[in-house]
Design a protein around this ligand. Structure first.
Ligand code: SAH
Ligand code: AVI
Length: 330
């Protein structure tokens, strides 16, 4: 099919630009002047960070992606039937949408496939994904929303007649409980009578497997973690030396979450020219860069209830490593 005909089926709205830089500057100033220091995980994902995440998903130790893929492949139609055969699929944090194709395939088989709305903070990966998808799915309309889904959730257009909002990959695990409740509550408020949420969650399991998944033997996750320092160097004129930090990934079983940090290898001073900030790190000082919460079915039901949602479908893999669930407004 001609390139221009395919391009006609893609539309794009971008809500980043200066706002994004201002938000980055504000978040980084706050995070680096707090005790202990902390940076939000959404800034991992520039073009390089998105590629590194793609490599993580292919690692032997990182089971969530292949497990979620298998559930979508094997139970995609069952999930769609339970969701009332939506014609629009909205995906938050869509990335390369590689697993989403199983859902789109199932929608095509069930003859309900209409539109796909990828929502992601990374423009490069979102546009690349849209271009591949219109080539692969005849007649599919793709409306890209490039934004920070936490800030811009309400700007995502509502599905005209029944939509499914997918939030896959376990990304909900990267929220703190209060932010998670607030965010799920906003999703609940945006759901129409016939809409549903499809949420991917990693499940609690033994420490050894969890820690290996976040500290792989090839060091890809370490590179991904340190990528946030490169983002600050590029966007805020900082002079972080990524080699002066090491990757730390520990499971906190009381909070049921992975705790991911960068540990300074020496006493050091870092300047962020773009925001006129200087910070010091002591040797062995740790800065949190991400949490990744793990769930049980019961715990997730409570999380849904506290956000005004009700679980109406539970789709774990046979080994109970990972689960997809459907929820609707209470
Ligand atoms: N859904 C894919 C990708 C998960 S990685 C999968 O399951 O494999 C998390 C994705 O969410 C990345 O593509 C990242 O760019 C995006 N993301 C993270 N924080 C975001 C935010 N606040 N707003 C929009 N997108 C975000
Ligand atoms: C995107 N998110 C669900 C990943 C996770 O597993 O929490 C991010 C990640 N961080 C390190 N490895 C993967």
């Amino acid at each position: 099919m001609k390139a221009e005909r395919l391009a006609e089926r893609i539309s794009v709205e971008v809500h980043l630009e200066e706002d994004h830089r201002a938000a980055l500057a504000r978040d980084v100033r706050l995070g680096l002047t707090m005790e202990p220091k902390e940076l939000p995980p959404k800034y991992f994902y520039d073009e390089r960070g998105s590629r590194l995440f793609e490599q993580i998903t292919e690692l032997e130790e990182y089971y969530p992606t292949r497990t979620e893929r298998a559930i979508l492949r094997d139970r995609g139609e069952e999930i769609l039937a339970a969701a009332g055969d939506p014609s629009t699929l909205v995906e938050l944090g869509s990335g390369s949408a590689s697993k989403t194709r199983h859902l789109l395939d199932a929608m095509r088989r069930r003859e309900c496939l209409g539109a796909y709305v990828p929502v992601d903070i990374s423009p490069e990966i979102t546009l690349e994904t849209a271009e591949s998808l219109v080539g692969e799915y005849e007649g599919l309309g793709v409306h890209c929303v490039v934004c920070d889904f936490e800030r811009d959730l309400e700007r995502i257009p509502p599905a005209p007649d029944g939509g499914l909002i997918a939030f896959l990959g376990g990304t909900i695990g990267n929220f703190y409980p209060d932010a998670r409740r607030e965010f799920l509550g906003r999703i609940a408020a945006s759901l129409g009578e016939r809409d549903m949420l499809l949420l991917g969650t990693d499940l609690i399991k033994e420490r050894r497997r969890l820690e290996a998944a976040y500290d792989d033997s090839l060091g890809v996750t370490a590179e991904f973690n340190k990528n946030v320092l490169r983002v600050l160097n590029a966007q805020l004129g900082a002079d972080f030396d990524p080699a002066a930090f090491e990757h730390v990934a520990r499971y906190d079983d009381r909070a049921a979450r992975m705790d991911i940090r960068l540990r300074s290898l020496c006493d050091q001073r870092v300047t962020l020219r773009g925001i006129d900030l200087e910070v010091t790190f002591d040797a062995a000082e740790e800065m949190r860069t991400e949490i990744s919460c793990k769930f049980t079915r019961h715990r997730l039901e409570q999380v849904y209830a506290s956000a005004g949602l009700r679980m109406c479908g539970w789709f774990p893999d046979p080994a109970r490593d990972y689960a997809l669930s459907l929820a609707r407004r209470r």
